[in-house]
Design a protein around this ligand. Structure first.
Ligand code: AMP
Ligand code: GLY
Length: 417
């Protein structure tokens, strides 16, 4: 069996690792991949990009299954293109991908089907948006509706900040077309959780919960990043919280998917806020999270290839997900300066000494050496019987790896955020 994984981050390296547990997987092409996937046996990095070229490649190489890491190609319709050509791909088609690609559309969907979410209004006119923001309590959340690489959400403490946020998104066009439409929504206090799931549009099977740490600084300070570390399960997702999630978010989402006639096999990643008033949906992502994938997959006992095939066959009602009764922790090593500007090309040392697992993200390979090539460079991942054990194992590996400008948060799994 041949698989094509599209992407170049730690998430994609983790996906390759998990696929390779199945001995029937003879080859994984990774487009474009990174220095870690390049050195992984049975993996081959290929420099193919763009929907048409990727579909052509899958056909020419007789790829049995394609999986896409990040959202851009899904929203642009890669699944529809594969379907036209009769090729197997796991992920939402263009219509279902709108649940991530348009926050305005997603909020309308949530409201229509009774998914518990913050109160909101959608605007395409900045003057109307400002008039409305002036009447709202603060903090207030102003969001560019389209894809903005995780940067399009602005939390505003005062009405002056809201007006400035609307100007930044709609007038200065900080996120280009993604800001032609905006969502203004009520600010929710609480603790966040990520629950990924797999669906065949008939059932949604939730994964073990995870917790991301989004800010660059310890104690939830500084700028937002793609994620500085994760743990699974999320200690705030108690049995009671999970039951509320299933009732108030998962079940109405499935009703909506059916009522809208969406038919796809893919991931639904629920970005949640938990507070005394219940569990709220902040957003849908229609792909695996990064770095959530890095802690969820090591705890999954099912074979990933078989799981995706069951989803594509519409057979998930017969599938039972099995989870190791363990905890996982992923610490991201980043380049100093990230999420702003940072240096690249520094040699990475010490990976041979790592006792648990490491995954490459912003890593390039040159003449057998691994060099930093991005903001988030490496993921150190460990599992343990307790969260504390998993943390200690991951952090002891952190000490063993070095590169110029190495930066990481010391409170992954401890900080509430
Ligand atoms: P989103 O892309 O919609 O998940 O937003 C990105 C991040 O912004 C979330 O992970 C939260 O930290 C924050 N956020 C989004 N919406 C809200 C909200 N209504 N209240 C509080 N924080 C929010
Ligand atoms: N870690 C958050 C995301 O993948 O969107």
């Amino acid at each position: 069996m041949k698989i094509l994984v599209i992407g170049s981050g730690g998430r994609e390296h983790a996906l390759c690792r998990k696929f390779l547990e199945n001995p029937a997987v003879e080859k994984i092409y990774v487009a474009p991949g990174n220095g870690g996937t390049k050195l992984t046996p049975r993996c081959e990095n290929v420099s193919v990009s763009g929907i048409d070229a990727l579909a052509e490649f899958a056909k020419a190489e007789a790829v049995d299954l394609t999986m896409v890491g990040s959202e851009e190609l899904l929203v642009a319709g890669i699944v529809d293109k594969y379907r036209e050509k009769g090729l197997a791909i796991f992920g939402p088609d263009k219509k279902a991908a709108l649940l991530e690609g348009s926050k305005a559309w997603a909020k309308t969907f949530m409201e229509k089907y009774g998914v518990k979410t913050a109160k909101y209004k959608v605007f395409t006119d900045p003057t109307e948006a400002k008039a409305y923001a002036g009447t709202c309590d603060h903090p207030l959340v102003v969001k560019a509706s389209g894809l903005a690489a995780g940067k399009g959400v602005l939390i505003c403490q005062t009405s002056a900040e809201s007006l400035a946020a609307i100007d930044e998104i709609m007038i200065a066009r900080a996120f280009q077309d993604a800001g032609d439409e905006i969502v203004i929504e009520e600010y929710l206090e609480g603790v966040e959780a990520s629950i990924l799931s797999i669906t065949d549009s008939r059932v949604i099977l939730p994964f073990i919960s995870a917790k991301d740490h989004k800010k660059i600084g310890e104690g939830d300070t500084g700028l937002n990043t793609g994620g500085m570390g994760t743990i699974a399960p999320n200690p705030y997702v108690t049995k009671e919280v999970f039951a509320q999630f299933e009732r108030d978010i998962l079940a109405p989402t499935l009703r909506g998917i059916n009522a809208e006639g969406m038919r796809f096999a893919g991931v639904i990643f629920f970005g949640l806020m938990i507070n005394a008033r219940g569990v709220w949906l902040l957003e849908y992502n229609m792909r695996m999270g990064d770095p959530e994938t890095q802690v969820v997959l090591p705890l999954l006992e099912n074979d990933l290839t078989e799981l995706l095939q069951e989803a594509l066959a519409g057979d998930l009602d017969k599938t039972e997900l099995r989870w190791k009764p363990e905890h996982a922790c992923c610490v991201v090593l980043a380049s100093r300066g990230y999420p702003g500007s940072y240096g690249k090309g520094y040699e990475i040392n010490g990976l041979d000494a790592v006792q648990n697992d490491w995954l490459a993200a912003g890593v390039a390979e040159k003449d057998g050496k691994l060099l930093t090539s991005g903001g988030r460079v490496l993921n150190l991942v460990a599992t343990g019987k307790t969260l504390e054990e998993a943390r200690q194992k991951a952090y002891s590996d952190v000490e063993l790896v070095g590169f110029q400008g190495k930066y990481y948060r010391k409170d992954i799994g401890i900080s509430k955020k």
